[in-house]
Design a protein around this ligand. Structure first.
Ligand SMILES: [Zn+2]
Length: 373
């Protein structure tokens, strides 16, 4: 007998259906030690349930796709808080069918026309660029009543536990097929309609948790403050994403005005979430002085490290105050300043990259001619 008929289901999660990509208020049940059943509050009959089995997953991107289908329940916005909806923000919005039906899909706020109004009734106008659903790719006009926001970014613990089960199964299979870890590889990212498209190399491992040895996933950051404390960096990342990892700051040349650093975790889903957080076009991470963080390369790197490296960090006088690092949101003056500085840095870096490629070419030419002689 199916457990889907169980009473007292807690409909406390938002789920994006495999059928239409719309978000539904749902409840989840972990059953038989290997299945996750999603029940829809609107359609409680088990006929409509969507079920994930551990055996449905063949690689790590399946897990990310799965995790991306769940989130906390989006919230409506009070009429006197309409300025919270800003250009560039992703919202959950109502899409009305010809038959009067209502479904919720993700959309990006393309434009906002704020108007003067009483706190009781917002009359502002919003343009939405639909990311999913029947209006996908189109821009439509709407009002605050049809816009909901989702700010928590938290992943439900049952979803996380199920994903961990799948991960450990995939890892076991991967180890049986390839033996131990140790190689270095990278995952190429390209931004598209989906926030991530990536290819996992065969050597890629996902061990979960933070371990001293084994496979680590990392991103390299540039344009950090030279005296930024790595512990502060990870405290900040943890506050913003609930992910625990490690960070290192590398010593810089005296001519350089900034430092490079690395953020490292053991789990590829976590490094992708951190990448997404830092690379989110709705905001920029800056130091208190306004210096914007820049991701050095659009690759998620993978390698095996001795994580005791932390012992070699230069001592920092910094004590975390919670104000040293900031998230500056699009539409603010701080954001415009940070964006200008980021663009300037990118111009400088592209120039450097060009020089590096030329140096590489010259070196190879030199090596070839010395072999020929
Ligand atoms: Zn308004």
């Amino acid at each position: 007998m199916s457990i889907s008929t169980a009473l007292n289901i807690d409909y406390n999660i938002e789920y994006r259906s495999k059928n239409d990509d719309a978000w539904y208020l749902s409840g989840i049940i972990f059953e038989n030690g290997n299945r996750l059943r999603v029940k829809f509050k609107e359609f409680p009959q088990s006929y409509y349930d969507e079920v994930f089995s551990i055996d449905d997953f063949s690689n790590h991107s399946d897990i990310d796709e799965f995790i991306g289908r769940f989130r906390d329940v989006s919230q409506p916005i009070e009429d006197n808080e309409c300025s919270k909806v800003i250009q560039g923000m992703t919202v959950c919005a109502i899409c009305r069918g010809f038959d009067g039906s209502i479904r919720y899909f993700d959309a990006i706020v393309d434009d906002v026309c704020y108007k003067q109004h009483t706190p009781a009734k917002c009359v502002c106008k919003y343009s939405l660029f639909w990311q999913r659903g029947p209006e996908k790719g189109y821009i439509t006009a709407t009002t605050l009543d049809d816009i909901w926001i989702n700010t928590t970014g938290a992943v439900n613990p049952i979803v996380t536990e199920f994903a961990k089960l799948v991960e450990s199964k995939l890892t076991a299979v991967s180890f049986q097929e390839h033996g131990g870890a140790g190689n270095s590889s990278h995952v190429k990212l390209s931004e598209g309609k989906e926030r991530f498209c990536y290819e996992l190399s065969d050597d890629d491992r996902d061990l979960g948790g933070l371990k001293d040895t084994g496979c680590h996933h990392y991103i390299i950051l540039e344009n950090l403050e030279k005296d930024l404390c790595p512990i502060l960096m990870m405290q900040f990342i943890h506050e913003q994403t609930s992910i625990t990892g490690q960070a290192y700051i590398f010593p810089n040349l005296s001519v350089e005005t900034y430092a490079r650093g690395v953020i490292m975790v053991d789990n590829i889903s976590n490094i992708k979430r951190i990448y997404e957080f830092i690379n989110n076009s709705n905001h920029i991470i800056t130091s208190f002085s306004g210096r914007p963080w820049v991701i050095a390369e659009e690759t998620l790197k993978t390698g095996t490290f001795n994580t005791n490296m932390q012992n070699l960090q230069p001592r920092s006088k910094h004590i975390y105050t919670g104000r040293d690092l900031m998230v500056v949101r699009v539409g603010t003056e701080e954001y415009s300043r940070a964006k200008q500085l980021k663009d300037l840095f990118m111009e400088y870096r592209n120039h450097l990259n060009g020089l590096a490629r030329r140096l590489d070419m010259e070196e190879k030419k030199n090596q070839l001619s010395s072999i020929a002689n």
